[in-house]
Design a protein around this ligand. Structure first.
Ligand code: FE2
Ligand code: FE2
Length: 270
């Protein structure tokens, strides 16, 4: 019987992370039952509890495996066949335990608990963990391609890209130093421009300030720059300069204001 809290690896796909948490629920339920059966044989109503848990575990297993395999197939995961083989092994083992439960073998509950525990620690934390890179790469590529095509990125997509390690993205904060002092999006590079865009009709002061600081040689031609200001207009002006020099960039829709409005946090600049 385990004594420590269980660790479940992040596999890079929210739906699967949630599924894996559900498996933990079954581990805990069967562990609760198994603890009693070390001492004595199950009562009939305890078998009823096992009987009601089993079909749910079975349904969960099939749905989860099918979803994982479909996504692996979609993204051309190179170890798909081997992973399907592992899923089939788990299903066969589950079938066998189901038969033991149906035959009212009390040790089946103890085996079931250790089987699920091993599934969690071996299959999820090692085998499922391996597909993370493939899916993360595919999801990041989808976000960045969309941002580049639309010349803008939503705060939700930026937040997700940061969670995924934002490969290829550079966050560039164009606000004034005093605005940046109030907090920045984590990992942002600071590119403070002197002028806020107080009057949206008069964009020249900001345009001049940005142009003075803008040196195309300083930027990486392979990176995608996410241009961040307070609410958007300054990023739109800056975007023109990036595009004039064939540098890849997009605006953060709604800027820092929208980022905060969606409940995302800022970190201290510096
Ligand atoms: Fe899984
Ligand atoms: Fe799996």
């Amino acid at each position: 019987m385990r004594e420590q809290a269980l660790f479940i690896a992040d596999v890079g796909v929210e739906r699967f992370n949630n599924d894996h948490q559900r498996l933990l629920f079954y581990v805990i339920e069967f562990e609760r039952l198994a603890k009693r059966f070390v001492e004595r044989a199950p009562f009939e109503d305890e078998w009823d509890q096992v009987d009601s848990l089993f079909p749910r575990l079975d349904k969960y297993t099939h749905e989860h495996f099918e979803a994982e395999e479909a996504l692996m197939r979609q993204h051309g995961y190179p170890h798909l066949e081997a992973h399907i083989g592992l899923h089939q092994q788990l299903i066969r083992h589950l079938r066998q335990l189901e038969g033991d439960v149906a035959a009212r073998r009390s040790e089946a509950i103890i085996h079931l608990e250790s089987f699920l525990l091993d599934w969690l620690q071996t299959h999820i934390n090692q085998d499922d963990r391996q597909y993370r890179g493939c899916f993360v790469w595919a999801e990041t590529r989808e976000i960045t391609e969309k941002a580049l095509f639309n010349e803008m990125i939503s705060v939700q997509h930026l937040h997700r890209a940061i969670e995924l390690g934002k490969p290829g993205l550079v966050l560039l904060d164009l606000r004034t130093e005093s605005e940046q002092a109030e907090g920045i999006i984590t990992g942002s590079e600071l590119f403070p421009c002197d002028h806020n865009l107080i009057d949206r009709q008069d964009t020249e002061p900001f345009r001049r300030s940005f142009a003075t600081r803008f040196d195309p040689e300083r930027f990486d031609p392979d990176a995608l720059y996410v241009l961040i200001c307070r609410s958007g207009p300054r990023a739109a002006i800056a975007l023109e300069s990036f595009q004039e020099h064939d540098l890849k960039a997009c605006e953060l829709i709604g800027g820092i204001q929208e980022w905060i409005r969606q409940g995302y946090g800022l970190v201290e600049a510096g």
